[in-house]
Design a protein around this ligand. Sequence first.
Ligand SMILES: Nc1ncnc2c1ncn2[C@@H]1O[C@H](COP(=O)(O)OP(=O)(O)O)[C@@H](O)[C@H]1O
Ligand SMILES: [Mg+2]
Length: 264
Amino acid sequence: MDPRDPAVPGLLRRGRIDITGRLVDASNATLFGTVGADGLEMQCVYKPVRGERPLWDFPDGTLAGREVASFLVSEAAGFHVVPPTLLRDGPFGPGMVQAWVDTDDERAFVDVRSPKNVPSGWLTVLRARGDRGKPAVLAHADTPALRRMAAFDLIVNNADRKGGHVLAGTDGNIYGVDHGLTLHVEDKLRTVLWGWVGQPLPADVVEVLEKLRVELDGGLDDVLGEHITRREVRTLSSRVDTLLAQRCFPEPSGYGPAIPWPAF
Ligand SMILES: Nc1ncnc2c1ncn2[C@@H]1O[C@H](COP(=O)(O)OP(=O)(O)O)[C@@H](O)[C@H]1O
Ligand SMILES: [Mg+2]
């Protein structure tokens, strides 16, 4: 089912979850399954709060709420980069449930390649040496949709935008996943999408930020307050104001690593 199908949120909320597997490269208990009701069925990701691995920098048991809050910000602003995500009870207790995105693996937006094989128009983020000293670059595409994702990451303060968290949906849309490490009050932006540093925010991004500003003043703050702290909501709000005042993609803050490791 297309993640943007209008039936998706209801099915995710009310359907019966059946676990069919575990995502092996996942660091937390990230389970994969189906959610079905009334003859409809779709694939989903389910991350029970109980399966969250403790981290030094994010409070225990808060990752599922951050995933949901990130989705709510994405929708309210009009970024539409996060597949429908909600908090509910599941086979291993409360957790986040997210619509699965079928991906077109031929269509990459982020990659590590030899400098000779970087597609034309791509932006190089990092030069490094790979196996046996061969030069390698981390690069990403330059599309309006990816730029919106980069702006979304600035706003939610995403500490984990790896290449593998950027999905090319078979529906033609680009989706971001794994937003458990977001919305912290300290600057923790870690991303592979640094290609637009210093460039002005495009008009569509400014529009989305202005919409988010209005939404935050009009009740979204209370809705988010169910998933993250009041202080985190206020800090989100001030990030929106700062970005609207600066109107350009900022440089890395200099605190901590700017690129997540591994980058994929
Ligand atoms: N909603 C989704 N649709 C499709 N693939 C997904 C989805 N969520 C996660 N994945 C895939 O599963 C991998 C692991 O999930 P992720 O959310 O990153 O878990 P973890 O928090 O444990 O790192 C992702 O890198 C991505 O490839
Ligand atoms: Mg991950």
